[in-house]
Design a protein around this ligand. Structure first.
Ligand code: ATP
Ligand code: MG
Length: 380
């Protein structure tokens, strides 16, 4: 396949890059990281650390020169930066064109809608008058969202009445930040899945999972989702079609709503490993991180199926500001079947993802209870 050592470069050094790096290293691949901050979670697991900003074309080029293939851990890196690398002949996966279809959430919705894939009604918002028109058309509440660079709900506001439009736009950074509006979906549950897509277009679909967001941040994931076969098939088809529509190589994370009357809608896509897929490290034949590595390197994809009856993943979210505290770790480690993953972040912040815990077993509810108990035992 290649003469080692092959070097995979990851743009971004957070926990997704760290877990991708660990999967790559197991396959004998060296990993280089580019992040603006030294000592990032991913840089802690490889000596090939580059410190620099993704907006700095020189820093990106120097980094890419050390890599055989470049991938990314978030969709915030300008597609033009990726296009410049491609123009110099560097293999970049997912490529600039796929990232451009995803990184602006309004464009993403337009691409999906044009392909007749189900999404909630949406509209661009260039001025307050547009948002007020959305309120009349969609009804209240509706959502205002930042078109770019949003994560963990920090780019979303729920607008409950016309007088909330102005403050919500301001809170989201308007007019410096471009916005769009979306109808509120009164979902019964949030679902998610992953599609691995190889360089040759081969795709593999991961199980459908159920996710719970608290204050717009993922708190836990249950695999498999407790839904019937019809919904599972619908969601699987939608996700695969979405991944093909954007044409991304690697993992595509697909967030879904299970709406009224069992309708399945796409919430959003991510062209990279996704928080709702962390359970796959312990619960699937091939983890999302390994399949991302295989896909971007042009290697055959692995089997994504569950190898256990059920799994639960709970995010360990910071509860305070200040140095992350690990003094209660021994108590948490002493618990049953829980697999603890910590990301090496020195500072805690409210809602910051510091780690996660996965429990696999026969019964999803029992797994979730056990994982939540570990979370509760930690100070974070
Ligand atoms: N149209 C909608 N109707 C109802 N709830 C919504 C809608 N859009 C978003 N939400 C809620 O807000 C959460 C976060 O929204 P979204 O996925 O757009 O934001 P994000 O900042 O990209 O989040 P993340 O990076 O955590 O996925 C969703 O998981 C859902 O719980
Ligand atoms: Mg989301």
């Amino acid at each position: 396949m290649h003469s080692p050592p092959l070097t995979l470069g990851i743009l971004g050094g957070g926990q997704l890059a760290r877990m991708t790096a660990q999967a790559a290293q197991r396959l004998g691949v060296r990993v280089a990281i580019l992040d603006a901050a030294p000592g990032s979670p991913a840089a802690q697991v490889t000596p090939l650390e580059f410190v620099g900003r993704w907006q700095d074309a020189g820093a990106v080029r120097r980094f890419a020169a050390a890599c055989d293939v470049v991938t990314l851990e978030n969709e915030f890196i300008d597609a033009e930066v990726l296009a410049a690398l491609e123009a110099e002949g560097k293999p970049v996966h997912p490529g600039a064109a796929a990232v451009a279809r995803i990184q602006d959430k309004l464009v993403q919705k337009q691409v999906l809608a044009r392909a007749q894939l189900a999404v909630a009604p949406f509209a661009p918002v260039a001025a307050a008058a547009d948002a007020l028109a959305c309120g009349r058309e969609f009804g209240y509440p509706f959502l205002l969202k930042a078109r770019r660079d949003a994560y963990d709900g920090n780019g979303n506001r729920t607008v409950r009445a016309p007088e909330e439009v102005g403050p919500a736009m301001e809170a989201l950074g308007y007019p410096a930040r471009a916005l769009y509006a979306e109808r509120h979906v009164p979902f019964r549950a949030e679902l998610a899945t992953l599609v691995a897509r190889g360089r040759d277009g081969d795709t593999r679909s991961y199980p459908l999972v159920e996710s719970r967001q608290e204050r717009h941040i993922c708190k836990w994931v249950l695999a498999p989702a407790r839904v019937d076969g019809r919904i599972r098939a619908l969601a699987g088809e939608l996700a695969r079609a979405a991944a093909e529509t954007v044409g991304a190589v690697g993992i595509v994370g697909v967030e879904l709503f299970l709406g009224p009357e069992d309708a399945v809608l796409i919430n959003e896509l991510a062209p990279r490993p996704h928080n709702t897929g962390h359970y796959s490290i312990e619960a699937c034949a091939t983890s999302q991180f390994e399949n991302h590595v295989r896909a971007v390197l042009g290697w055959p994809l692995g089997d994504p199926d569950l190898i256990v009856p059920a799994a639960a993943m709970v995010n360990l979210l910071g509860r305070r500001e200040g140095p992350a505290r690990l003094d209660d770790l021994p108590a948490a480690l002493g618990r049953g079947r829980a697999k603890l993953h910590l990301y090496g972040k020195a500072e805690s912040r409210v809602g910051r993802k510091l780690g996660h815990v996965t429990v696999v077993g026969d019964d999803a509810d029992a797994c979730l209870r056990e994982a939540l108990a570990v979370d509760a035992a930690l100070t974070l």
